[in-house]
Structures are given as C-alpha cells and as structure tokens.
Design a protein around this ligand. Structure first.
Ligand SMILES: O=c1[nH]cnc2c1ncn2[C@H]1C[C@H](O)[C@@H](CO)O1
Ligand SMILES: [Zn+2]
Length: 355
C-alpha cells in the first residue's frame, strides 16, 4: 500500500472535536505566562518543564494523566491568559488545516484569582473569534462539568452553557476521573442543558466500562461520546450506538497513555470503523499528549492500516459530527467533500514523476 506522509495529512481539511484548552498550550507560552504573573513552575526552561506537562510512557492511568493539569491551570487564571491560550490553540490547529475546532474546558477551574465564570467564558470566546478572523477555521466552545467535583458545580456550568448558547458555546461535557464518579450524579446538569436544546457529549468508557457509556447515553442524553473505547466490551450497546449514529470522539494516543488501551495496534477504532460506527479522530490534549490531529491520522495509517479513502471517510464523519446548526454544517461539509475529491497526496505525485 502507498504510504502517506505527515505532510500529506497536514494538507487534508480536518476537524478536532475533542481538545481540552488546558491541555493544549504551547510550552513556551506557559513559561511566559508564569513569568508575567509571578507563578512558580516546577521547571523554568522548556526541557525542565516538559516532564511535568507532557505525559510519557510512564503514565499509569487517567488519574495520573490528569496531574499535568495542575501545572497548566496555575497560569490560566487571568482574562488575558485565557484569550491568548484560546487564540494560540486555534492558530496551531489552523496551521495543520483543522477547519472546525471545538475547544473544551471547565470554567470552575479558572477561578483561583477571582475571575467570574462569565468572564472566563467571554475570554475564550474572544480568543477564538480573533483566530477565526485571521485563519481559515471555525470554532465552538464546549463547557465541561467535572466528575470528581460536586454535581452542584456541574449545575452552575450547565446554566453558564445556557447563558452562552448562540454566543460561542455549542455544547456541554463531563470530564475528570471516571472510576468512582458516575455520570448519573450529574444528571440534573444534563437535563438543564437538554431542556434548552443544547448538544452534549460525555467522556465515558475511557477509565470505566460500558456501564459508564450506558449512563452517558440513557441517563444524561449524550449526543456524542468522548473516547468510548470500552464499548468494545458490550456488543448490544455497541449496536445501539451504531444504529443511532452516536459519534465516538476517539483520541488514540491519549488512550494509550492513560492505559485505556494497551497499544496503538490494539485500539478498537479499527473495529468500530469496520462495523460502521461513526468515529472521529481527535487530539484530546495537544500538549499533554504531545500530538496533533495529523499525527493521530498518521498513526491510524501506519499502525492500523487506514487507507487514504478511509481517512477521507473519517474526516467526513468528523464534520458530520460537529455541534453546528444543520444548514451551516451541510455547507461546510459540501466544500470539504469537493476538496477531498480532488486531493492528491504529494507522496503519490513524486512517485508518478519517478515512473
Ligand atoms: O481524557 C480525559 N479524560 C477525562 N478528563 C480529562 C481528559 N483530558 C482532560 N481532562 C480533564 C482535565 C481538565 O482540567 C478538564 C477540563 O478541560 O478535563
Ligand atoms: Zn478529553
């Protein structure tokens, strides 16, 4: 089979529907923000800071993975830092031709210096709007309740989501430690969001089994599932997810790091795709996982045998799964489909020249 290069994949139009703002900063920006704000970091150069904010093979679980966020959050407590990090995330995504980006984070984690929840959302919306003006990218914000923080705070975040409906926020999520913190405790928050006709997605089936996915769908009304790798353990639920075209936001490298899967070669995305599920490819955390959308597709190509045609289909499923109004989505999708039809990998062109 012809091999695609990273550069080929970077040229393809793409989505990233599952990316955390507080896990997707530039290392250099963390250092600069810390200096500006007088925050003490565990490392003062890129190389000494790196082990504290990028997880490697030594990561043992989701809870271990989440430790990196204590460091990133320490410099994300001001209005300007939120504008800047949101802008830079969209700029970095646009640089690899991500055309539609949904950025998620939990405003309650940014209140250490007294910012109001309203300002915390406004700052991120402002940073993303600035990036939309400068780059060829559309964006939306997803607010996250946190499983291991109280359900009452999820309710406040749900109300905040409602307040920012049609003002930059496109959905509501539940993130954080999954084991021992069932989604059903946060049901009230989801019912408030759903009552206002707003989309929701939940992290589920990452650090806990299919029961967690079942709760996300049937008790919380999930329109998409974050990760969902452990759906593989329940064929009946898998068929339901497939029949209802519930998209899975797959984040393959992150799943290897949190030990949701043992190796990339064993990632169930191949099986999910072959069974016809609506699967999307995402980064989760560009910095913490040290990845890009293009690199995630490259892993699927090199390790799981996804061909160019299959990658194009995954890309289309990404756009189809966007939390965008249908008419907007249809127009975007139609442009992307045309672009994909005429796409030629450079690696193939240079082969032709050699023949
Ligand atoms: O993969 C994840 N699973 C569960 N929670 C996560 C993941 N990546 C980041 N988070 C948490 C840590 C962040 O502080 C929070 C909001 O972005 O979401
Ligand atoms: Zn996530």
């Amino acid at each position: 089979m012809r091999k695609l290069t990273l550069e080929d994949i970077q040229r393809l139009p793409k989505t990233d529907l599952h990316v955390h703002l507080d896990g997707s900063l530039r290392l250099s920006t963390i250092l600069e923000l810390a200096q500006e704000q007088g925050v003490t970091l565990p490392g003062t150069t890129i190389e000494t800071l790196r082990p504290f904010v990028e997880v490697g093979e030594e990561c043992t679980s989701l809870v271990d993975y989440l430790k990196a966020f204590d460091v990133t959050l320490s410099v994300m407590q001001t209005y300007d830092s939120l504008v800047r990090t949101a802008y830079e995330l969209a700029a970095d995504a646009a640089a690899e031709n991500v055309r539609y980006l949904e950025v998620r984070y939990s405003p309650i984690l940014h209140q250490q210096k007294g910012l109001t929840l309203h300002h915390i959302v406004q700052a991120v919306v402002e940073g993303l709007a600035q990036a939309e003006k400068e780059f060829n990218i559309k964006t939306g914000v997803i607010l996250c309740g946190i499983r291991h923080i109280s359900p009452e705070l999820s309710n406040r975040l749900a109300d905040l989501t409602v307040a920012f409906k049609n003002k930059g926020v496109v959905g509501f999520d539940l993130a954080g430690a999954e084991e021992d913190f069932p989604a059903k405790k946060h049901r009230e928050a989801f019912s408030r969001v759903l009552a206002n006709n707003i989309n929701c997605t939940l992290h589920a089936g990452e650090a806990y089994g299919p029961e967690s996915i079942h709760q996300a769908i049937h008790l919380c009304g999930a329109h998409r599932i974050g990760h969902g790798v452990r759906l593989i353990e329940n064929g009946d639920l898998l068929n339901y997810v497939n029949d209802h075209r519930i998209p899975l936001e797959c984040c393959p490298s992150s799943n290897v790091q949190t030990r949701a899967v043992r190796t990339m070669a064993e990632h169930p995305i191949r099986l999910f795709y072959d069974l016809g599920l609506r699967v999307t490819v995402n980064t989760d955390n560009r910095m913490v996982t040290r990845t890009t959308v293009s690199e995630e597709y490259l892993h699927l190509h090199e390790t799981l045998g996804f061909t160019l045609d299959e990658i194009k289909e995954l890309i289309i499923m990404g756009f189809k799964s966007a939390f965008l109004p249908y008419a907007v989505k249809r127009a975007l999708l139609s442009d992307v489909v045309n672009e994909l039809k005429s796409f030629q990998p450079h690696s193939l062109e240079s082969k032709k020249e050699q023949l």
